[in-house]
Design a protein around this ligand. Structure first.
Ligand SMILES: C[S@@+](CC[C@H](N)C(=O)[O-])C[C@H]1O[C@@H](n2cnc3c(N)ncnc32)[C@H](O)[C@@H]1O
Length: 315
């Protein structure tokens, strides 16, 4: 799969998120400044994005609350993610929040932040008197950094994080949302291993495909391949057990994994009641099938004993 095809996956994800936000699934006043409105999406796609966005944000919040924001967040393959802004609006600002992606993506995101005050002002507000530095397809401020790096090159990732002074002893959450599956398995394993062995109190949170060995999964892989989008990392996505095994074989202490149907059912009942009335769905089978083919998995290493094993989908 070419790098062009890899970073094009970001436009797709961002447009789907923007559409779901427009339909009222969750609030995100920032995504509209990063991506144009795409075509209408089926209700099950919108509900899938809702479970993904809200499910991940609930875990991010728990980590930030547990550490009282004395923590670092590294979003690997962040694309046009807006969690820095959304969490800041809730009063949750990590000591350092870093986004890494390919240069073609960080360059566009930095340009949009620079030219849209709705995106720039919140970054400036948490920064201080000096202007936020945006140059060479990167952004640097007190709490927020966007940098380019190839995640297949662990040495480059490490070098970039060292440059912004990440502290290896401070609680650190690595997030990869629909990213590892585009990397060869030995490269994603190397990244996961490096993260857990370098940051001694850390969590690795991953969202991607699962159950890819069954008929539905195989069709998904074939359809994506036709669109020149090869899921080269699909071997780790055979089951929840293969997802968990990748963490354990790469030295992490503990791990959890849930398919997205389970995550969805554990979201707050009043919000589910609200979103299930947004769009009519004739049958629930397509939703069920889709949600059973994506998962959230995470792993922890808790040297400081801050209680990382208490983080869960129903809290
Ligand atoms: C499907 S998009 C997801 C974007 C974002 N995480 C989200 O969920 O909205 C995948 C992202 O991973 C990035 N990515 C994939 N492989 C990468 C690599 N080797 N190095 C850096 N970024 C990579 C792509 O450029 C793209 O922005």
């Amino acid at each position: 799969m070419s790098d062009d095809a890899i970073y094009a996956t970001n436009d797709d994800a961002a447009m789907c998120k923007r559409f779901a936000v427009k339909q009222g699934y969750w609030k995100d006043p920032y995504i509209q400044f990063l991506v144009k409105a795409g075509n209408r999406k089926a209700p099950e796609i919108n509900r899938g994005y809702y479970a993904r966005a809200e499910g991940l944000r609930r875990l991010l919040r728990q980590f930030m609350n547990l550490t009282q924001c004395a923590c670092q967040i590294v979003n690997l393959g962040a694309g046009f993610d807006t969690n820095f802004w959304l969490l800041k609006d809730e009063g949750l600002v990590a000591d350092v929040f870093v986004e890494l992606d390919m240069r073609a993506v960080t360059s566009r995101k930095c340009h949009m932040i620079k030219t849209r005050s709705n995106l720039l002002e919140p970054v400036q507000a948490s920064h201080g008197a000096d202007p936020v530095v945006i140059e060479d397809a990167e952004l640097h401020s007190t709490h927020f950094h966007i940098m380019w790096a190839d995640l297949r090159d662990v040495a480059q990732v490490e070098d970039k994080l060292n440059k912004v002074g990440l502290d290896k002893n401070k609680p650190t959450l690595f997030l990869s949302e629909c990213v590892l599956v585009y990397m060869p398995p030995e490269k994603s394993s190397a990244l996961i291993k490096w993260a857990g062995s370098t940051y001694n109190t850390s969590m690795f949170l991953n969202y991607e495909q699962v159950n890819m060995g069954d008929r539905f999964g195989q069709v998904m892989v074939q359809n994506l391949r036709k669109r020149t989008c090869d899921l080269v990392g699909v071997d780790a996505c055979m089951s929840l057990d293969t997802q968990k095994a990748r963490y354990i074989s790469n030295g992490w202490e503990g791990t959890e994994a849930f398919d997205m149907m389970t995550v969805y059912r554990n979201l707050p009942g009043d919000d589910l009641y609200r979103i299930e009335r947004l769009e009519f769905m004739d049958e629930t089978e397509p939703l069920q099938q889709l949600m059973e083919h994506y998962c959230m998995s995470w792993a922890w290493r808790d040297t400081l004993k801050i209680g990382l094993d208490s983080i869960g989908i129903n809290r």
